[in-house]
Structures are given as structure tokens and as C-alpha cells.
Design a protein around this ligand. Structure first.
Ligand code: PLP
Length: 460
């Protein structure tokens, strides 16, 4: 019998809508020019479909919204904290939890507790805030992700894996006592949302056990990673995403969470850990930086929405549609011949701008140019991840990163399949006139993190 591929559909119906404004081509032209051809400087009101980030941009469910109405705004011992603590323990399995205002709040506390000056923190690719907190605490990040993670053409399904040889070399070179923990992200953001396999994680656990080194899990996108394990790793086809999430967490000693991603809230995060002594210290420190250990910078209602969001985030139906939507968009782009990073990751599509606009040299910002052209075509906002984001070295020279990408990040439960069609068709229409597109020059460059505020001008 021939099996026909069946479609999935969003596992929800829509109760309330937020109207979108559709600007004219002339309005977009003016808005883009006013923004110096930098999508970060556009006003949200001038954007039609916003794919700048999946952070804090999710749509909450009616359950989460009703949870907001049950906020217990007591200063200490809010009921919502205990709900959050109970759900997080049930879903992830770590022993102790401290809420924080968002992911970087947890990173700050954890780094200050575990890292001493001169320590080495190996990790499967850096993340901006994670690495910065490690450095501020006196540590040095070392990348131990497998080489193929840096190659957009390589279709290995688990490009988030750790290269255990790289790690062993680091342990040999510095000694295990210089390595307070290994920093492991699930669904590696900077590699394009690429997952780590359970097999790799188990091997990593065995190796770190031998050397008595902790594993701290950046679990921001753990549910998306679990979905890829279910779909692609032998032995996990019949397991639920919820079971897989718990197994992933069981091979690590604690985690930092930005609940603004997988956990379906607009603000929130936490630090969670199995070791009592680390917890004890974190509970002392959170009072200094975030707030009392039963609210950590959040309102009671935020913790309730997070508790409910965590439960929803590990439902198979939810995650199949979430990642399914990203894959739907990616496959549509591929069918139009548009060069994207493969395999398609869990939270967005990354266009290879060097291939899309091969006639524009990296000095004329192909990814920045492409993000601007897509906005001009349809009002879809994406972002540059290339030479502008990479910035300059300490000697003032530009970094020339291998990857020159435009990122389309998909917020959770916000847009429909029809929006994905509009995005792909707009990109195709830019692709069809790509030879007429010229690059840009930078006319204003800020000193730090220039991609946020730099301004550009089209080359005549
Ligand atoms: C967003 C993010 C963080 C930081 O979390 P915030 O909530 O933005 O502070 C850390 N790690 C990863 C992988 C992230 O994507």
C-alpha cells in the first residue's frame, strides 16, 4: 500500500486576533530609509510579519492568560512560585529551582558561583549572553562543537553534538580542576537551531563523570531538541517528547532557562540545579541581583503563565506543529531554489546570503542588503547574522565570518501557514531580481554590538 504523507495542522483554534497593518510599498521605502537600512531600527508598527526573534514573542494560550488572573502577588512565598517549582520538577526533573527575570539572570548567578578566574568553560558553540557572563566571572569559553556545525552544506542531523576528542584535549591541557562545568545547549541557537543527540549526551556524561566535571544545560530550546531526537534518532521513535526532555535533563546536573523561548511566555527564566550547596549559594545571591528566591524579578502572574507554558511546551502536538511550521517554510524556500542552511533547524530559517547575492562582496554587506530588500518587498522583518554582527577585532580590522546569513526566526503559535507562504513568495520575488540588487555601505558605526544601531546607504 502506498502511504500518502498527511498534513499536520495547528493544534489550536483562534479566539482573539491582533490586527496587522499592511503598509504600501512607498511607506516601506520611507521606513527602511529612515531606519538606515537596518531592520533593528524599524518601528514595530511599520512591520507586517515580524521574524526578528522567537524570544518573548510567543502567543500564550487561554490557560496561560487565565493563569495570569490567578497571580498571587505576595512578596514572599507566592502560590505561583510553588506551582512553577512543582511543574518544572515534574517536567525536567532537576531538584531545586530559583526563578529569574530571564535567562541571562540565571547565567549571571550561576557563572558567579561556579567560575573562578582562569577557569575554562567548554561548550557546544557560544551564545552571546552565556559567554559574556562566563567571561565577566573570569572564565574563558572554548568551543567543542563538532566541525560540521560550522558548515551550512553539511546535512548531518545532529550538528549540535560535542566533539569528545576536543573536550579530552582541553581536559589534558588544562586539567579537570580548571573546568568547573561543561556548558551544553540543546537546539544550538548560533548553529541554526541544530540538535544534540541523546547518544552524544550519554557519552559526554560518561566522560565528565570520569573526571568529576558538571554539565550545565542551557535548556532554552530543549523541547525542540527532543522533537528532533524523536524524529531522527534510533530507538526514540515511539517515545513522547515529554519523556525525551526528561531523559536529556537526567544526563546533566543543572540548567539555565530563558522561558521566553520554548516555555511560551513573554518574560521569565530560572536556574535549576541538583546540588544543594550550589542551590544554597544561588538562593543567597538571587536576592542581590533579581529579588527574593520565591519571585526572582517576576510577578506572581508571570510565574503562573510560565508554569502552564512549560506543560504545554512538551506536548507532542504542540512541538510537531511548532517545528513543522519552520520546516514547512524551509522546504518551500528550497523548492524555489533559495540557498538555506541545512538541515532545517528548530526555530528558524537561515539564508546563505553569499550564495543568494554572489556578486556582492562581503565588504558591501550581502546579508544586511538582503534583509533590507525582503522588508522593502513585503514588510517581512528578518535580521542580519554576518559581517555586521561579527564586528571588529581588537586591532580594528573587521571579522570576516564564514557564515553570512539572514535569519528568519518564527515566533511560536503567532503566524499561520498562509503567512509562511507569503514569506517564501516574497523571498522568491527578491531572488528573481537578485542580479539588479547592489550592496550597501555603512555610514554610521557604533562602538559596541554595531549590528543593533549601524546605519547604511544603498550603493548608487
Ligand atoms: C535567549 C537565550 C539566552 C538568554 O536568555 P534571555 O532570556 O534572552 O536573557 C541564553 N541562551 C540561549 C541559547 C538563548 O537563546
Amino acid at each position: 500500500m502506498k502511504t500518502i504523507k498527511r498534513s499536520w495542522a495547528e493544534p489550536y483554534k483562534i479566539k482573539m486576533v491582533e490586527l496587522l497593518k499592511m503598509n504600501s510599498s512607498a511607506q516601506r521605502k520611507k521606513a527602511m530609509k529612515d531606519a538606515g537600512y537596518n531592520t533593528f531600527l524599524l518601528k514595530s508598527d511599520d512591520v507586517y510579519i515580524d521574524l526578528l526573534t522567537d524570544s518573548g514573542t510567543s502567543a500564550m494560550s487561554d490557560h496561560q492568560w487565565s493563569g495570569m488572573m490567578m497571580g498571587d502577588e505576595a512578596y514572599a512565598g507566592s502560590r505561583n512560585f510553588y506551582n512553577l517549582e512543582r511543574v518544572a520538577k515534574e517536567v525536567y526533573g532537576y531538584k531545586y529551582l530559583i526563578p529569574t527575570h530571564q535567562g541571562r539572570g540565571a547565567e549571571n548567578i550561576l557563572s558567579k558561583i561556579l567560575i573562578k578566574k582562569g577557569d575554562i568553560i567548554p561548550g557546544n558553540m557560544y551564545f552571546t549572553t552565556t559567554r559574556l557572563h562566563q567571561e565577566l566571572a573570569g572564565g574563558k569559553f572554548e568551543d567543542i562543537i563538532i566541525d560540521s556545525a560550522h558548515d551550512p552544506e553539511n546535512e548531518f542531523p545532529f550538528k549540535g553534538n560535542v566533539d569528545l576528542n576536543k573536550l579530552e584535549k582541553l581536559i589534558k591541557k588544562h586539567g579537570a580542576d580548571k573546568i568547573p562545568y561543561i556548558s551544553i545547549a540543546t537546539s544550538v541557537n548560533m548553529a541554526g537551531g541544530q540538535p544534540i543527540s541523546m547518544k552524544n549526551l550519554k557519552e559526554l556524561r560518561a566522560l565528565t563523570k570520569k573526571h568529576n566535571i558538571l554539565i550545565i544545560h542551557d535548556m532554552t530550546r530543549v523541547a525542540e531538541n527532543a522533537f528532533f531526537i524523536q524524529q531522527k534518532e534510533k530507538g526514540y521513535e515511539m517515545r513522547s517528547v515529554k519523556e525525551i526532555v526528561k531523559e536529556i535533563c537526567s544526563y546533566t546536573d543543572g540548567a539555565t532557562m530563558s522561558a521566553k523561548k520554548d516555555a511560551l511566555v513573554n518574560i521569565g527564566g530560572f536556574l535549576t540545579i541538583n546540588d544543594w550547596n550550589i542551590y544554597e549559594e544561588a538562593r543567597n545571591m538571587v536576592v542581590v541581583y533579581e529579588g527574593l528566591h520565591t519571585y526572582g524579578g517576576l510577578a506572581g502572574r508571570d510565574m503562573e503563565a510560565m508554569a502552564i507554558g512549560i506543560g504545554e511546551s512538551v506536548s507532542d502536538d504542540h512541538i510537531r506543529a511548532r517545528v513543522g511550521q519552520v520546516i514547512y517554510l524551509g522546504e518551500k524556500m528550497l523548492s524555489y531554489g533559495i540557498p538555506i542552511v541545512k538541515p532545517i533547524g528548530g526555530h528558524g530559517i537561515f539564508i546563505d546570503a553569499k550564495k543568494f547575492l554572489p556578486h556582492i562582496s562581503q565588504d558591501n554587506f550581502p546579508a544586511q542588503t538582503l534583509a533590507a530588500e525582503i522588508y522593502l518587498d513585503s514588510g517581512v522583518r528578518t535580521m542580519e547574522r554576518g559581517i555586521v554582527s561579527a564586528g571588529r577585532k581588537t586591532n580594528g580590522e573587521n571579522y570576516y565570518p564564514k557564515l553570512e546569513l539572514v535569519r528568519f526566526t518564527i515566533p511560536r503559535r503567532v503566524y499561520t501557514q498562509a503567512h509562511m507562504d507569503v514569506i517564501a513568495e516574497s523571498t522568491r520575488s527578491v531572488f528573481e531580481r537578485k542580479n539588479k540588487i547592489k550592496g550597501m555601505q555603512m555610514i554610521y558605526e557604533p562602538k559596541y554590538l554595531r549590528f543593533f544601531q549601524a546605519r547604511f546607504e544603498k550603493i548608487k
